[in-house]
Design a binder for this molecule. Structure first.
Ligand SMILES: Cc1ncc(COP(=O)(O)O)c(C=O)c1O
Length: 510
C-alpha cells in the first residue's frame, strides 16, 4: 500500500519549530494586544468620521495589490522573533482596516448589514480562535447549548409556548429561507426528498410578492420546483401583500390543481421595509391549508422591542420564520435563525443519516447534533456574538438599537418631506427609507433622466467616501435608498447627507 513519503528528520525538525512558533501562546498574547489597540484606534477614528466611509478602489487594482502582497509574504526560514512577527501581524491588520467598508462610520447608511456591536465580534473571535464548530454536539457542546437557549428564548418572544416549537441557526438569511422552504416542500410533497419531484407534483408552486427577497426565488430553483414556479401575488399601495388578492390567487391555483408549497410573506420586505399584514395573511393560508413562511430576516428583531413589536403581530401564526441576527440584532455576519412553529418539523428538511457523525449508541443526542437539521455539516459557532452581547448588556440593548434606528428613519423622512428638492417614496415602517433627489434643474426631466441621475449621484457619493447609501428602482426608475443601521448616526448626519447629495448633484449638473 502506498503511504506518505517520509521526509528527512532535519526537515521535520525545522517544520516542527516553525509550527511551534506559529502556535506559541506568547506570540498570541503580543499579537492580540496589538490587535486590541489597533481596533480601538480604528473605532475612535471611524466613529468620528475621520476617514472615508467606503475606501473605494477599483476591484482589479485591489486584486493586484493583494497579489503583490501575497508575493511578498515572508520566507518562512528562518522565522523572525516574536516581536517582529507581532509587528508583521499588525501591519496586515492595519491594511485590512484601511481598505474596507467602514460600517461604524455614522455616515454608513447602506445595505441591511449593521454597524455591529463591537464586542460581538470579540465573542465571535473566541469561537474562531478556539475553532468551536458544530455538526455533532460533542464538537461544540457550549456553542450548541447556547444556540438551543437562544432558539428557545427567541421562539417564545415570537409568541410560541415552550416545548411546542423548534429552530436552528444557519449561515445567512438566504440559506435560512432555503432551509425553511425545503421543510415546507418535504411536508407538502413527502416523497420529494427521496424520489425527487415527480409528476404531477412538478406543478407545485411557491407564492410570494414582488418585493420578496430574491433568495425565495433562488430557493425554488434549488428545490427543483423551478423559478417559474414562483407565483406573484399583488401588493397594495403601501407595498404590503394584499390578503384579498392572495385569497383569490390560492382559490385559482387550487382550481388549476396546482399544489402550493408555501406562501412566503415579508416582515419586512427589503426595498422599503413594508410589513405584510400577517394576521390576515395567516388566516387566508389557514383556510387554504397552505404553509405560511415569514421572511422576517430584517424585521423579526422587533420581537424584542415593546415599541415596535406590533409590526409583527401574527408572526406566531406562521409555520416557519426566518430572523437574521446579523441584521437588526446588530451582530456580525452570519447568524440567521430558522424557526418551525411545529416542533415535529425540525428534522424534515434533511432526512439523512450520517452514522460516522451521529452516534447510534446515544440516540437522544440527535436532538443536539445540528448537522441533522442544517445544510452545513461543519458549522461555525455563529451564535457566540449574539450570546455574548445578550449576556453582557442584556436584551434591552437590542430594543434600544431597534428603537433608535427606527426613529432615525422617521426623522429622515420628515427632512425629506420638508425639503423642496427631495422626494420621499414612502412613509417608513422601519429603518429603511427610499427617496429621490430632484434638484430644480431636473423638475421637468423625464423619468429615465431622473432615474439615471439618482444612480450616478449615488456612485459619486459612495466613491467620494462622503456617505454610503444604496440604489433602488421604483417602477423601473432609479432611486436612492438608505438603511439607518448604524445607531451612532444622528440628526446632524442626516442633514449632512442631504447637503452632500446636493453638492454632488450640482457638480454633476454643471
Ligand atoms: C428580507 C430579506 N430576506 C433575506 C435576505 C438574505 O439574507 P442574507 O444576506 O443573510 O443571505 C435579505 C438580505 O438583505 C433580506 O432583506
Amino acid at each position: 500500500m502506498a503511504g506518505v513519503d517520509s521526509s528527512s528528520s532535519s526537515d521535520l525538525h525545522q517544520a516542527r519549530q516553525r509550527i511551534h512558533t506559529a502556535f506559541e501562546p506568547q506570540l498570541f498574547h503580543k499579537a492580540s494586544g496589538r490587535l486590541a489597540q489597533l481596533l480601538a484606534d480604528h473605532f475612535e477614528q471611524v466613529q468620528h468620521s475621520q476617514a472615508r466611509v467606503l475606501n473605494w478602489e477599483d476591484p482589479e487594482t485591489n486584486v493586484q495589490r493583494a497579489l503583490e502582497e501575497l508575493a511578498s509574504s515572508p520566507e518562512t526560514d528562518p522565522l523572525p522573533d516574536q516581536n517582529a512577527l507581532a509587528e508583521r501581524f499588525a501591519s496586515v491588520v492595519q491594511a485590512m482596516l484601511q481598505r474596507g467598508q467602514n460600517l461604524h462610520d455614522p455616515r454608513y447608511l447602506g445595505h441591511q448589514v449593521p454597524a455591529s456591536v463591537p464586542l460581538a465580534g470579540l465573542f465571535d473571535a473566541v469561537g474562531s480562535v478556539t475553532n468551536q464548530v458544530m455538526a455533532a454536539y460533542e464538537m461544540g457542546p457550549w456553542a450548541t447549548s447556547v444556540e438551543h437557549a437562544l432558539v428557545r428564548e427567541l421562539g417564545q418572544r415570537i409568541g410560541w409556548a415552550p416545548g411546542t416549537f423548534s429552530g436552528l441557526v444557519t449561515h445567512g438569511g438566504s440559506l435560512a429561507n432555503l432551509t425553511a422552504l425545503l421543510t415546507a416542500r418535504n411536508v407538502a410533497l413527502p416523497d420529494a426528498w427521496e424520489q425527487g419531484i415527480q409528476a404531477p407534483d412538478h406543478r407545485a408552486v411557491i407564492v410570494v410578492h414582488d418585493d420578496a427577497h430574491y433568495s425565495v426565488t433562488r430557493a425554488a430553483g434549488v428545490l427543483g420546483l423551478g423559478t417559474q414556479a414562483v407565483i406573484r401575488t399583488s401588493i397594495d399601495e403601501h407595498r404590503r401583500l394584499d390578503p384579498i388578492e392572495l385569497d383569490r390567487l390560492l382559490t385559482r391555483l387550487a382550481e388549476e390543481g396546482r399544489r402550493v408549497i408555501a406562501v412566503s410573506a415579508c416582515a419586512c420586505a427589503t426595498p422599503t421595509g413594508a410589513f405584510d399584514p400577517l394576521p390576515q395573511v395567516a388566516e387566508v393560508c389557514r383556510r387554504h391549508q397552505v404553509w405560511l413562511h415569514v421572511d422576517a430576516a430584517h424585521g423579526g428583531a422587533v420581537c424584542l422591542s415593546s415599541r415596535h413589536r406590533h409590526l409583527v403581530e401574527g408572526l406566531a401564526l406562521a409555520d416557519s420564520v426566518v430572523i437574521d441576527a446579523h441584521k437588526m440584532l446588530f451582530v456580525p455576519a452570519l447568524c440567521a435563525f430558522v424557526f418551525y412553529k411545529n416542533r415535529e418539523h425540525r428534522f424534515q428538511a434533511f432526512r439523512q443519516d450520517a452514522p460516522y457523525l451521529f452516534d447510534p449508541s446515544a440516540p437522544g443526542l440527535a436532538e443536539y447534533d445540528s448537522g441533522l437539521r442544517t445544510f452545513e455539516c461543519t458549522k461555525r459557532a455563529a451564535v457566540f456574538g449574539l450570546w455574548g452581547v445578550w449576556r453582557t448588556f442584556g436584551p434591552s440593548l437590542f430594543a434600544d438599537l431597534v428603537d433608535v434606528t427606527f426613529d432615525l428613519a422617521v426623522q429622515l423622512h420628515a427632512k425629506l418631506q420638508t425639503a423642496d428638492d427631495f422626494e420621499p417614496l414612502h412613509r417608513p415602517e422601519c429603518n429603511i427609507v427610499a427617496f429621490r433627489h430632484i434638484p430644480a434643474q431636473l423638475r421637468e426631466a423625464p423619468p429615465e433622466q431622473l432615474g439615471a441621475f439618482q444612480l450616478e449621484l449615488r456612485r459619486r457619493t459612495i466613491q467620494s467616501g462622503d456617505f454610503y447609501l444604496v440604489p433602488w428602482k421604483l417602477d423601473g426608475v432609479g432611486a436612492l435608498r438608505v438603511t439607518l443601521i448604524n445607531p451612532l448616526t444622528n440628526k446632524e448626519h442626516l442633514d449632512q447627507l442631504l447637503d452632500v447629495l446636493r453638492r454632488h448633484g450640482q457638480e454633476m449638473l454643471r
